[in-house]
Structures are given as structure tokens and as C-alpha cells.
Design a protein around this ligand. Structure first.
Ligand SMILES: Cc1cc2nc3c(=O)[nH]c(=O)nc-3n(C[C@H](O)[C@H](O)[C@H](O)COP(=O)(O)OP(=O)(O)OC[C@H]3O[C@@H](n4cnc5c(N)ncnc54)[C@H](O)[C@@H]3O)c2cc1C
Length: 323
């Protein structure tokens, strides 16, 4: 029996799994088809695909800077050399912070950290209970396992549903709003005049990133990842599965209108709705660990809305477990 069971293969789950495996036996489950969570890469052919969650990693803390530098040396990550175009008058490019991306996709960090870990995908945890010093975990595929220790890394609303009977800490009683995001991915005719990415000042479209600017693949098309504003996605997300075509069309029309790129045939289109994309207000604690029941939680939302936040939370949890 593995000692630690970790739920989630995003940066938080992958980091804590990697740290724990040095001293403990670890097994990981994720409901998705592959690793990365909100930093997933949607592959469409060979190396060609889209970072449809995290676009760029901009390290802020010295510890995380050090970590990303090591991964750049190991050729897992690389520095992004593109240029942002700010069509939003409020924001200016922050030239102090470099922008880093995965060599093949932004889930490369998770892949690297989980290299020697037993990972089980398409395994959605639906219920947990604690009895006789053991955790009983029930999955949507009908499987049931027992572990001594569990670590959860789900978005806050999902964590609350799963664990509220077992976690007695004030952070779980608070409410934390996580905004939605709707992402539309398109492949269009190559336009040599296109920029690398745009930040818009618009009520619907927030951001557009040109995947070709990441120089991971050669394609006869320009691949654009279009990300909505939170406000628009919050209103649309519950019906997005039903209205994918319509929502994508609204975003694509906005993209051509605002970027002034010549409207052209769409050769590929895909839409992904993130119900819990990011949070605005962090908690006072960076992670949670109950040493008696042996349940832990780490996730970006403890610390902030960025990938680095998940890494910081996992490092903090590891310190608590090791005490
Ligand atoms: C559209 C979008 C754009 C973003 N852009 C950026 C950016 O440019 N830069 C940046 O730094 N950050 C960005 N972020 C934020 C960044 O993606 C997150 O902060 C980070 O990925 C969170 O990592 P995590 O491991 O805490 O959570 P997640 O990545 O969400 O990992 C949680 C994992 O748990 C799994 N899971 C959840 N519930 C269950 C369950 N019941 N059973 C099994 N598995 C479960 C999920 O499938 C998921 O893989 C963006 C996010 C989104 C959505």
C-alpha cells in the first residue's frame, strides 16, 4: 500500500509528489487524460498544439526563479522570445520579468516532476472518508483504495465538497470566488505580420496568444489561443458545453476585429471552458496539513492566481509534513 495518495497532476500535485517520493511511497490520481491540470497542452498533431491554460510562467520569487533556471538548464523549460502587444491602455509590459514556457508544452514541468511516479489518469475522486486511521477513496470508475495519508489539490469549490467533513480549519469555512475562463483555439492562414500576443481592452476577449511564437513546431497555419475575460466567462460558463459553437464565434469575431488581422478561413477550432480558472484573494495560510488525520491540501488558490502560487503552496505543505 502506498503511504501518500495525491489527487491532481497540476503544478501543486506534481511538486508535492516529487518532494515526497524521496522518502515515501507515492501514488497519484487525476481525473484528466494527462498531466498538467490548468497548465495542460492540447496536442492536435505531432508536436503541434495549444497551451490552453497557462500561457507564460513569469517567476517572481527567488526560490521559484532558481527552480525554473534549473529546468531551463535541463531543457525542460525555455525563455519565450515573443513580444506582447498591449491594446489595453491600463497595462504596460513588465520587462523586468522574463517569460518562460515549456519546451514542448506548458505541462512539461508536471511531466518532469512526475517522471518516476505511479500516475493514474481518468480517475475522478468522488468521495472520501476517514476510518481506523485510514483514508478510503472512491473513484468514478468504481475503484476504491485505502491510504494512510492523502493530499488534495483540487480547485477550492471542489475541495470543499469532498473534504468539509474532515477538515476543521477556518480556511475551509471561508468563501473564495474562483473566476471562469473560456478558451477558444483556432488555426488560421499564416499572416507574417501577426504579433506574438495581444492583451485587449474589451468586455469579452481578454487575451490572444500566438502558439507559433513559442517556436515548438512548424505549421503552415497560425495557431491562436483566445482567452475570454472573467466577467464574460462567469456569465457563460454553465451553458458553455451547450453553446460552444456560438461562444467561440463571438470570441473569434472579436479577435479579428480587435487585432485587425485580416479575417480568414478557420481551419481548426476547439473550445474549452475552465469553470474554476483563478482566484483574486489568497488565504493567510499557504497550505494545510492535519498531522493527526494525515490529510493535506496544497493549491495555487492558497497563494495567488498563478502557476508559481501552486509551486509555493506545495513547498509549504512539504515543510509542514516534514516537521
Ligand atoms: C485560462 C487560464 C490561463 C492561465 N494563464 C496563466 C499564465 O499565463 N501564467 C500563470 O502563471 N498562470 C496562469 N494560469 C493559472 C495556472 O494555470 C494555475 O495557477 C495552476 O496551473 C494551478 O495549478 P494547481 O496544481 O494548483 O491546480 P490545477 O492545475 O487545477 O490541478 C488540479 C488537478 O486536480 C485534478 N482534479 C481536480 N479534482 C479532481 C478529482 N475530484 N479527482 C481527480 N482529479 C481531480 C484536475 O484534473 C487537475 O489536473 C492560468 C489558468 C487558466 C485557467
Amino acid at each position: 500500500m502506498s503511504e501518500f495518495c495525491i489527487i491532481g497532476s497540476g503544478i501543486s500535485g506534481a511538486t508535492i509528489a516529487n518532494l515526497l517520493r524521496k522518502k515515501h511511497s507515492v501514488i497519484l490520481f487525476d481525473k484528466a487524460r494527462g498531466p498538467g491540470g490548468r497548465a495542460s497542452f492540447k496536442r492536435i498533431k505531432g508536436k503541434i498544439g495549444f497551451d490552453h491554460g497557462t500561457q507564460y510562467i513569469s517567476p517572481k520569487t527567488n526560490e521559484f526563479k532558481k527552480f525554473t533556471k534549473i529546468l531551463i538548464k535541463k531543457k525542460i523549460l525555455k525563455v519565450w522570445g515573443g513580444k506582447h502587444v498591449f491594446l489595453n491602455s491600463q497595462k504596460k509590459e513588465d520587462k523586468k520579468h522574463i517569460k518562460i514556457i515549456g519546451k514542448n508544452g506548458n505541462n512539461d514541468i508536471s511531466k518532469y516532476l512526475l517522471k518516476n511516479i505511479n500516475c493514474n489518469y481518468q480517475s475522478e475522486l468522488i468521495k472520501i472518508y476517514h476510518k481506523n486511521k485510514s483514508w478510503h477513496l472512491f473513484f468514478a470508475n468504481g475503484k476504491h483504495y485505502t491510504f494512510k495519508c492523502i493530499i488534495l489539490t483540487c480547485p477550492f469549490p471542489q475541495l470543499k465538497k469532498l473534504s468539509r467533513k474532515f477538515i476543521n480549519n477556518s480556511f475551509l469555512k471561508k468563501s473564495l470566488k474562483m473566476d471562469a475562463n473560456i478558451t477558444t483555439m483556432i488555426a488560421i492562414k499564416k499572416n507574417m505580420k501577426s504579433n506574438s500576443s495581444y492583451l485587449f481592452e474589451d468586455s469579452i476577449l481578454g487575451w490572444a496568444g500566438n502558439e507559433n511564437s513559442k517556436k515548438r513546431f512548424k505549421s503552415k497555419y497560425d495557431l491562436w489561443t483566445l482567452q475570454s475575460t472573467f466577467e464574460w466567462a462567469n456569465k457563460k460558463i454553465n451553458q458553455n458545453k451547450r453553446n460552444k459553437k456560438e461562444n467561440s464565434k463571438i470570441m473569434i469575431d472579436k479577435f479579428f476585429q480587435l487585432s485587425k488581422i485580416k479575417k480568414t478561413k478557420i481551419n481548426f477550432i476547439s473550445n474549452h471552458g475552465w469553470k474554476y480558472s483563478s482566484n483574486s484573494k489568497p488565504f493567510k495560510i499557504k497550505s494545510f496539513w492535519d498531522p493527526k488525520k494525515k490529510i493535506g491540501v496544497c493549491a495555487d488558490w492558497f497563494v495567488g492566481p498563478r502557476l508559481e502560487s501552486g509551486w509555493i503552496s506545495a513547498q509549504d505543505l512539504f515543510k509542514k509534513i516534514s516537521k
